[in-house]
Design a protein around this ligand. Structure first.
Ligand code: NAD
Ligand code: ZN
Length: 227
């Protein structure tokens, strides 16, 4: 019995990390959906990095939520995988080991000149924008921005796991970002039971066998009793 869980920003909202679509996600009145783009970075890398620095500060102080911890616990007892759109690393901090990161990780940087990739957990950043330790080139966050393609290995693995799921649980994603939003439908098409936890309706709702209109932790407690 394989359980596959797709998570989005909503699960980390309970850790105090703002989502992109809520008002609390705004930073200096910027729309995150306009900052998380390659165009914004080309135009103004300093502002994009100031925003990432702000997010890194929030995430560094945040603790995994009850929902993150419940998933880590369930992984020890069941055949469970987490596919996440989040870049905050909170699943791993809660103890989850089977985590596929579809959109990269906010603690990783990538040099746009030499391609070097490494972790940089400095908070706050010493210089903005930060420079590559190998060649001095401009670094960018090693995350997937709107309009960019997803890492091939992670995406392939996510499709494979989704097609093998018996239970597919979607937690806290607005399901508006492709291809992640397609994974629940792939699972459903292959016969999985589709369960959604989200305080609001999403494009996944009409396909769900069970929709729980609650926050991630409360909803997950209910689901765990049942599966
Ligand atoms: P989103 O911001 O588009 O949607 C958040 C969803 O969470 C909404 O549907 C909302 O109703 C729901 N939600 C709010 N509070 C909740 C709660 N307590 N419990 C459960 N659900 C709750 O987020 P998304 O769908 O993940 O897509 C946005 C993109 O932004 C992703 O690509 C992701 O990489 C990125 N992002 C990541 C983080 C993070 O790493 N923590 C934070 C913001 C955005
Ligand atoms: Zn470099």
């Amino acid at each position: 019995m394989r359980i596959v869980v797709l998570t989005g920003a909503g699960i980390s909202a309970e850790s105090g990390v703002p989502t992109f679509r809520g008002k609390e996600g705004l930073w200096k009145k910027y729309d995150p959906r306009e900052l998380a783009t390659p165009e914004a970075f080309r135009r103004d890398p300093k502002t994009v990095w100031e925003w990432y620095n702000w997010r890194r500060e929030i995430i560094a102080k945040a603790e995994p939520s009850e929902a993150h911890r419940l998933l880590a616990e369930l992984e020890r007892r069941r055949d469970l995988w987490v596919i996440t759109q989040n870049v905050d690393g909170l699943h791993q901090r809660a103890g989850s080991e089977r985590v596929i990161e579809l959109h990269g990780n906010i603690w990783k940087v990538r040099c746009i000149s030499c391609g070097a990739r490494y972790y940089d957990r400095t908070v706050p950043l010493r210089e903005i924008p930060p420079r590559c330790r190998e060649c001095g080139g401009l670094l960018r966050p090693d995350v997937v921005w709107f309009g960019e393609t997803l890492p091939k290995d992670a995406l392939e693995r996510a499709y494979q796991l989704s097609s093998e799921a018996d239970i597919f649980l979607v937690i806290g994603t607005s399901a508006q970002v492709y291809p992640a939003a397609e994974l629940p439908l792939v699972a459903k098409g292959r016969g999985a039971r589709l369960i959604e936890i989200n305080p609001e309706e999403t494009p996944i709702t009409p396909y769900a066998d069970l929709s729980i209109r609650k926050g991630a932790s409360e909803g997950l407690r209910k689901v765990i009793e049942e599966i």
